[in-house]
Design a protein around this ligand. Sequence first.
Ligand SMILES: NC(=O)C1=CN([C@@H]2O[C@H](COP(=O)(O)OP(=O)(O)OC[C@H]3O[C@@H](n4cnc5c(N)ncnc54)[C@H](OP(=O)(O)O)[C@@H]3O)[C@@H](O)[C@H]2O)C=CC1
Ligand SMILES: O=C(CO)[C@H](O)[C@H](O)COP(=O)(O)O
Length: 476
Amino acid sequence: MEQAEIGLIGLGVMGANLSLNIAEKGNKIAVFNRTPEVTKKFYADAGELQGQIIPCETLEQFVASIRPPRPIIIMIKAGDPVDQQMELLKPYLSNGDIMIDAGNANFRDTMRRFDNLKDSGLTFIGMGVSGGEEGARHGPSIMVGGTEESWKRVEKVLTSISAKFHGEPCVAWLGENGAGHFVKTIHNGIEYADMQMIAEIYGILRDGLGMSASEIGEVFGRWNAGRLNSYLIEISEKVLKATDPISGKPMVDVIVDAAGQKGTGKWSVIEAQNMGVAATAIEAAVAGRVLSSQRTERLAAEKLFGLPKASKPQDGMAFLADLENALLAAKIGAYAQGFAVMAAASKEFNWNLPMPIIAKIWRDGCIIRSQFLDEITSAFTKDPDVPNLIVTPAFADMVKETDGALRRIVSYATMSGLPVPALASALSYFDAYRRGRGTANLIQAQRDFFGAHGFDRLDGVDKHHGPWGSGLATLA
Ligand SMILES: NC(=O)C1=CN([C@@H]2O[C@H](COP(=O)(O)OP(=O)(O)OC[C@H]3O[C@@H](n4cnc5c(N)ncnc54)[C@H](OP(=O)(O)O)[C@@H]3O)[C@@H](O)[C@H]2O)C=CC1
Ligand SMILES: O=C(CO)[C@H](O)[C@H](O)COP(=O)(O)O
């Protein structure tokens, strides 16, 4: 029998769809799943693609079905299961075979797995895949990390299955070892911020303006035709217009307001902190999900404190225009932060991450795909080493145009008691970033007062302690 070009383990939501995509693009694929019934069902449902698929019940049969050197995608639950699966697979592999973890791995696990295999003759690729079920089936965005040689072995098949933005494939080799999974993690961190900001705007429209779900859907639909055009705005419109088949109410109105999370947002924040980069909008989004999950406490607190009355804005049309611009301004802040974290990590891990290419492969296929990312691609292509997206000429102009709206919206929400942590964080980030003389001089003085930590002087005079002597003595 003709051998497969590639193998895939894990026929869950992502693995099954990715396998069909691979098969459809003319690549013969061998598949295996821990639970064999899943493999059987997958094959039975594969229809006319069956001829391109070799379903396998054992790992031995699976490995023997793939042409060496074998690229094997592992698309299973992230974490320990990946280590377990790799251990089970290893005895059947030979020199040059490539294990590709395509799940949402923590890049530090990817670095460890990469190192562990270094002298084994086997190779490891850490690959971020975004686009959900639909993307996996018809074209995801793919972020690859590993050796350039192993990338060459899989480049053709990955290019064939990736999304295309005006014909350009949304897949790239981004650097060694953990580069691909790091970039996917930050993609998800930005995704968290983007989703949180949209949800905050939804909250203003629902609880401030008293609009119904379908009316809010209409607004998002209009915005999707403008500068906010993006997959997340597009699906928000669809979600808001959907009706619950059980109650007949708008679907969103019967969904519990507690957001789940699997880890990538939290890792983005942890790594931002590790790199010393302020990613305040992403932090606010993760904290927003945490607070959302404390539903019982929130319900009790509402009983205790009540809710402030939100005032209706006088000019509805002007307010809606402000909301649209506010979302754009805040979005710029969140993306600027995500890219700044990647720039810092690139230096720390010697990855040489290509910012214009990252923006390029996010323009289609992935969850944060948008018109906006094409503009980011242009900005980074013109100036790949710029310290912050906000200061590129195109984005500086956009910020100047929209920051007033963000300020008005955050003020309105604050006065109305409507929570907007991500929008407000993005605004404060901008205000702190563009202020030449901040307030940390006082923090430095305090640190010197209680801990003799010293400070630098603006006049350059070589005297690095204040006239407060011992803090304790002065207090006494
Ligand atoms: N869903 C999404 O939108 C996206 C998901 N991802 C990532 O892709 C990966 C897969 O996600 P998804 O397809 O949604 O997950 P599913 O829950 O649909 O499928 C999980 C798969 O993992 C397998 N599995 C679980 N534990 C083990 C184990 N110990 N050993 C071997 N196989 C195991 C399951 O096998 P079995 O049938 O035997 O239980 C199943 O095939 C995750 O890392 C996820 O974070 C990435 C991008 C988008
Ligand atoms: O990677 C993804 C999209 O890009 C997955 O859908 C992931 O599950 C999203 O993260 P979370 O479940 O934490 O919201």
